[in-house]
Design a protein around this ligand. Sequence first.
Ligand SMILES: *[C@@H]1O[C@H](CO)[C@@H](O)[C@H](O)[C@H]1NC(C)=O
Length: 387
Amino acid sequence: MSASSAALPRLLGGFSSEERLVPPADESPLKSTHCQKKPKFCCWFLVLFFLLVVFWCCVVSWWENFPLHKHYDGFSNQCYKDKEPVFQVNQKHSGMLTETHTTTEPPTVQPGIRYHQAYPRNYQFVMDNRDVCKSRTPFLVLMVPVAPHNVAARDAIRQTWGKESVVQGEVVLTLFMLGLSNDADTEKIKQENEQHHDLIQSSFMDTYLNLTIKTLVIMDWLATRCPTAAYAMKVDSDMFLNIDNLVMMLQKPGIPKLNYLTGMLMWDRPVIRSKDSKWYVPEEMYPDPQYPTYTLGMGYVFSNDLPWKFVVVSKYIKPFNIEDAYIGMCMKKLGLAPTSPPDPSQFKAYNSKYNRCEYSKIITYILGTSEELKKTWNDYKKPGLHC
Ligand SMILES: *[C@@H]1O[C@H](CO)[C@@H](O)[C@H](O)[C@H]1NC(C)=O
């Protein structure tokens, strides 16, 4: 795939092929030599044509924005977006993207049918520690999706792997992503955030089937509120995370700084069509029998240029409820693939029994409860040899 500079702004601005009719600025019809020879007819015709194009552009823009999704905060009133540099477009969305992004390869996706449900800009942050990355530049941001009511999980993480703000000499930040829930106490959540300043809440309904939205909202937050961070990780709240080993892995020479996604790689996974399964996906949502290569959702690590690209391509990928496979689809659409970690055995899913020696070597393990996390961590952190 080759990056077409013309295709990209259209992609970001959300324009269809009609906009190719708008002439580029340096080929303005009014300046053409042809016009000087036959001024009257030619110029009037071109002015009329130009106005028609502008009108068409506005109609398309209105049609796409207004009736389908009122909350869409994207490109309303902007007919000329396809002439603007990509990064200005993004600054309008976020007000915070810095030029760090200009050093990255832009996504090379062909625009196509647009899907809105998982596109994170359809939702708003209702709680937003938007300045946490302004006072410091994190090396790594840990983003933990968690249900609003699950204070126990958040507290356990704050007491364990989320506690450390400097790991192996690098700044690490841990934040929690919440959606909306009818059975959560809004006041309590506010107080919790006033105490810890680590909650982000977005305006979608926090349900199991909406986990893909949650992941994309995490990506949106990283891209707009924390673009200067080097790496980020989406990590589930029931995980044991050996944060020292993770930072050391990322410090290794040769670890890519861009387009890097790693974790426990899943190859050629079949889509589950059995309706009783937690991972059931109907064919209408995802017709292929297999997923592209993806990283298991328990904990995947990525260079922080990717979130912005995921946000951009999510508009063109039909949402389905398996968030990790969805990120695999985003990678595929971007012409990228997940990378195996330097030591693949460090990303573990299930473990039968806690083992102090083994936990000193790995990066992830899935645990059962918050109690288990605290117990395991306390033992692991006890002084003395691990093996
Ligand atoms: C997902 O979130 C959207 C937006 O809040 C909501 O309309 C929808 O009902 C939710 N879907 C499910 C399956 O919970």
